[in-house]
Ligand binder design. Structure first.
Ligand code: TMP
Length: 209
């Protein structure tokens, strides 16, 4: 059976990962590769509906475990509807965020605990981990400054959290990098867009050959 490659893109808010992901996608398509670009939470109708609920700024009453479960539910639906079928067709799937976001944001940022969040996510993913993860490294201060400063990006419920929350998310990512050194590759996202793209592309190219 053909088996594609599952690549995820991670980082704190404002790291610029979505822009680079689009450029990576275009470049790989230009090269004639079979690529699918998608995102979490969302990527399919049911998961996009869950995204609306999670990120709605009016949902201030949302319990942190509810939030973690909703992300896991969106993940499950997206995995089953998009990621797994594409991998079975031999595609390269590039996904904007996946389980590491839940581990960093809900596990560490919300203080639920990374192991607890991993456990509920195991139910959703059934061991389907990414083959490669690009981590766009930017400090929370710089990331939040970028969000506030430009690009018309809509501010969501999690962006409105304190710097302290985003600092914990950042620390969560740092411990994931230590835990999964073979899978997670770090890209310095504080550099110019061109440099960030080149580093990201080089890592992907080395991985897919
Ligand atoms: P985005 O802005 O990259 O589309 O992501 C939406 C927000 O959701 C972002 O603040 C990160 C957050 N998030 C989590 O907290 N946990 C998750 O599991 C995922 C996928 C995203």
């Amino acid at each position: 059976m053909k088996q594609g490659r599952f690549i995820t893109v991670e980082g704190p808010d404002g790291a610029g990962k979505s822009t680079i992901l689009n450029e990576l996608y275009n470049k790989l398509v230009e090269e004639g590769r079979n690529v699918v670009k998608t995102r979490e939470p969302g990527g399919v109708s049911i998961a996009e509906q869950i995204r609306e609920v999670i990120l709605n700024k009016e949902n201030t009453a949302m319990d942190i475990r509810t939030e973690a479960l909703l992300y896991a539910a969106a993940r499950r639906q997206h995995l089953v509807e998009v990621v797994i079928p594409a991998l079975e067709k031999g595609s390269i799937v590039i996904c904007d965020r996946f389980i590491d976001s839940s581990l960093a944001y809900q596990g560490k940022g919300r203080d639920i605990g990374m192991t607890e969040v991993m456990n509920i996510n195991q139910f959703a993913i059934e061991d389907k981990m990414p083959d490669l993860t690009l981590y766009f490294d930017i400090t929370p201060e710089e990331g939040l400054k970028r969000i506030a400063g430009h690009d018309g990006r809509e501010v969501n419920r999690l962006d409105l959290e304190s710097l302290d929350f985003h600092q914990k998310v950042y620390e969560g990512y740092q411990s994931l990098i230590e835990q999964y050194p073979d899978r997670i590759k770090v890209v310095d996202a504080s550099k110019s867009k061109e440099k960030v793209f080149t580093s990201a592309y080089d890592i992907v190219k080395r991985f897919i050959g």
